[in-house]
Structure formats: structure tokens, C-alpha cells
Design a protein around this ligand. Structure first.
Ligand SMILES: Cc1cc2nc3c(=O)[nH]c(=O)nc-3n(C[C@H](O)[C@H](O)[C@H](O)COP(=O)(O)OP(=O)(O)OC[C@H]3O[C@@H](n4cnc5c(N)ncnc54)[C@H](O)[C@@H]3O)c2cc1C
Length: 256
């Protein structure tokens, strides 16, 4: 079996002054939070999006206490729902946006029949391999040596330099199995796009992945493969069938 390389390169990370950037540092740091056009509601939990006029959804319903009152906010222009791969379909389905017959069967009033909502959650499985190296210059050395780890932390805190600045995932590659692989005689190619995007990913790491207490001896580099184009999809509708009209995921996830 051979493979087709789509791309292989250095792992990219958004780091400034030794710190990784995140949505919080990039959009909610003090210099941005003071913008008059930005309002952040703390402890707000979105329960549904509501139809504002027929066919438009610009109203968001939220609670600040799970047993408290529900509040509505209506956007003048548009509403962007970005609650993650679980939260977003959960909110849409509880808003009545999804497969109408299933929603009606669990007591949710259907508002817009969109059967694909909650049908395409995919799990990118990882398979990590570790290889012994002669060098001691891998993350395992400090993971087994608390004083050294403390020194590295001080170095990072005082000078924003040293091993803690680095991304442990040094290289990444995206690869395809050949177009004439026998599996395509039984299944269609699940990769996205007309020009053949990757089927799987290789991540080359300093040290073993996942980063966990390392074995007592040895230094390693890791090669982890991940399936990035999946044929299998998880269906959120089965969760909805268990939860019924209860919008609060944490309540029913912990009970089931
Ligand atoms: C283990 C892991 C490793 C990953 N590694 C990588 C990687 O190396 N590179 C990469 O590009 N991507 C990676 N990803 C994927 C990446 O994290 C996601 O694609 C990205 O975070 C999605 O951003 P988002 O804003 O859409 O959703 P999220 O980051 O999931 O944000 C959704 C937010 O909505 C909030 N929320 C949910 N429900 C409600 C509600 N009802 N009311 C109010 N707020 C709510 C959640 O608390 C959360 O803060 C990884 C993901 C995981 C889990």
C-alpha cells in the first residue's frame, strides 16, 4: 500500500510573546472589551433562537439561572450562533429547527424543517505511536524531573523563552490513500471537495502523545495518525430522543 501526500509541514500555532492566542485573548482582552459595540453577558445560557419575523431568526432566548426567567434579545441585523459542535445543534433543535417529525415526537414545536441539523457530528479517531530516541531532549525529561520543570516554568515566566514556548506538535501532514484502493469498490470516497482532500493526518510530536505521565524511562517522539475524512456520522437526534424538550444538556447528560 502506498500513500499520496497532500501536504506536510511545520505545525503552525498562533503565539505572541511566548503565549498562545485564543478567542479570549484575541477578542476579549482589555483593549477590545472596552469597545462600545461589544457587550459580554456573563453566566448567560442560550436556550433557543426565536423566529423574529416569518423566516428570520434574530431573537435569542437566554437564562442566567437555570431555574430563573428567560430573557429575549433581538439583533437588528443578524444573529450568529456559535455554541460548538454539540451546543449549536442542541440549541437549533430545541428552537424547532431540525427534522420536524422527530421534533414533534419529543414534544418540541417544529418551526423550520431542516432534517440535516444534528446529523453530521464526526469523531476524528486518533491512533498514537511512540518511538524511542537516543536524545534526552524531549518533554519526558522535564515531566519526570519536578525541579527541571519548575526551572522551565520560571524561564518562561521571566523571559517568555525556553521549551515551554514550543508547540510539542512539530510537524503535521495530510495524506490520502490511493484513488484505486480496493475500499473504494465498496464505499464512496468520504473526503471533501472535488480535488481529493486528505483521508488521514500524521502529527509528529516531541514526546509521546497524548501528553500524560510518561513511562518511567525512555525518551520518545510520537507519530499520531488521525482519521480526518469519515464516512460514519453520529446522530444528535438520538440524544434529543432521550432528552425530550429539556434544553439543558448538563442536566440530562449527567442523568443518562
Ligand atoms: C481535543 C481537541 C483538539 C482539537 N485540536 C484542534 C487543533 O489542533 N486545531 C484546530 O484547528 N482545531 C482543533 N480542535 C477543534 C477546535 O477546537 C474547534 O473547531 C473550535 O473550538 C470550534 O470553535 P467554535 O467557536 O465553533 O466552538 P467552541 O470552541 O466549542 O465554542 C463554543 C462555545 O459556546 C459555549 N456554549 C455552548 N452552549 C451554549 C449555550 N447554550 N449558551 C451559551 N454558550 C454556550 C461553550 O461553552 C463554548 O464556550 C480540537 C478540538 C478538540 C476537542
Amino acid at each position: 500500500m502506498y500513500y499520496i501526500l497532500v501536504i506536510l509541514g511545520w505545525g503552525q500555532a498562533t503565539i505572541k510573546n511566548g503565549s498562545k492566542s485564543s478567542s479570549a485573548t484575541s477578542y476579549l482582552a482589555p483593549q477590545y472589551i472596552s469597545r462600545p459595540s461589544l457587550h459580554v453577558l456573563l453566566h448567560a445560557r442560550v436556550t433557543r433562537v426565536l423566529q423574529t419575523t416569518p423566516g428570520t431568526f434574530r431573537t435569542v432566548e437566554l437564562v442566567q439561572d437555570l431555574n430563573g426567567p428567560r430573557f429575549n434579545l433581538t439583533a437588528r441585523k443578524e444573529l450568529i450562533l456559535s455554541a460548538g459542535s454539540i451546543g449549536t445543534p442542541n440549541i437549533l433543535l430545541h428552537s424547532g429547527i431540525g427534522n420536524s417529525s422527530i421534533l414533534a415526537s419529543v414534544g418540541i414545536q417544529p418551526v423550520h424543517n431542516l432534517p440535516s441539523v444534528g446529523q453530521n457530528l464526526s469523531e476524528h479517531l486518533l491512533l498514537p505511536f511512540g518511538f524511542l530516541v537516543n536524545s534526552t531532549n524531549t518533554y519526558e525529561t522535564a515531566e519526570r524531573n519536578a525541579p527541571l520543570a519548575a526551572e522551565e516554568l520560571i524561564e518562561w515566566n521571566t523571559t517568555r523563552s525556553g521549551p515551554l514556548v514550543d508547540n510539542p506538535l512539530s510537524h503535521m501532514g495530510w495524506l490520502r490513500i490511493p484513488d484505486n484502493a480496493s475500499i473504494f469498490e465498496r464505499f464512496p470516497d468520504p473526503a471533501a471537495g472535488p480535488n481529493g482532500t486528505a483521508h488521514y493526518e500524521f502529527v509528529i510530536s516531541n514526546g509521546l502523545l497524548p501528553v500524560a505521565p510518561p513511562p518511567p524511562t525512555g525518551n520518545f517522539f510520537g507519530v499520531t495518525s488521525a482519521v480526518v475524512s469519515l464516512a460514519a456520522r453520529m446522530h444528535f437526534m438520538s440524544f434529543i430522543r432521550c432528552a425530550g424538550s429539556n434544553v439543558f444538556l448538563d442536566r440530562w447528560v449527567s442523568n443518562d
